[in-house]
Design a protein around this ligand. Structure first.
Ligand code: HEM
Length: 119
C-alpha cells in the first residue's frame, strides 16, 4: 500500500511538471491528456492514502494533518493547471505549493512511522 501511495504521488509530480512544459510549448492536446491521467492518479493517491489510514491502529492528529496536507497538494496540482490554461495568476498558489509539499514530506517521511524504506 505504501509503495503504491509513493509511486502514485511521485508519478503525479512528474506528470504535473510534464503538463506545465506541454502548456508552455502550446501543446494543448497533450496537456489535456496528461491532465486526465493526473486526475486518475489523484484518485489513486487518495485511495491508497485512505487505505493506509485504515491500517493504522489509532489515527491521531498527525494522521489527520497528513491527509489534509495531501489533499491540499492535490488541490493545488489541479488549481495551478486550470489557472495556467485560463491564463490567470498562479503566484499565490505556487507559494502554497511549496508550503504544502514541505508539510506533506515532513509528516510523511519524518513524523509518521510507516516507511517505504523498511517495508
Ligand atoms: C500528493 C499528495 C500526497 C503526497 C505527496 C503524500 C506523501 C506521502 C509521503 C511522503 C508518505 C510517507 C512515505 C514513507 O514514509 O515512506 C505518505 C504516507 C502516508 N500518506 Fe500520503 N501523500 C499524499 C496524499 C495523501 C492523502 C490524500 C492521504 C489520505 C487521505 C494520505 C495518507 C497517508 C498515510 C496514512 C500515510 C502513512 C503515514 C505513516 O504512517 O508513515 N496521503 N504520504
Amino acid at each position: 500500500m505504501i509503495h503504491g501511495h509513493v509511486t502514485a504521488w511521485a508519478l503525479a509530480l512528474i506528470l504535473f511538471i510534464v503538463a506545465l512544459f506541454l502548456h508552455k510549448s502550446g501543446k494543448a492536446k497533450g496537456f489535456k491528456i496528461v491532465q486526465m491521467i493526473l486526475r486518475v492518479l489523484y484518485l489513486v493517491i487518495i485511495a491508497t492514502g485512505v487505505g493506509l489510514l485504515f491500517s493504522v491502529d489509532r489515527i491521531d492528529v498527525w494522521y489527520i494533518l497528513k491527509a489534509v496536507a495531501g489533499l491540499w497538494v492535490i488541490g493545488l496540482f489541479e488549481m495551478i493547471l486550470t489557472r495556467v490554461t485560463d491564463k490567470r495568476r498562479t503566484s499565490t498558489f505556487w507559494i502554497q505549493f511549496v508550503v504544502a509539499w514541505l508539510l506533506v514530506l515532513y509528516l510523511g517521511f519524518e513524523k509518521l512511522p510507516m516507511s517505504i524504506f523498511n517495508m
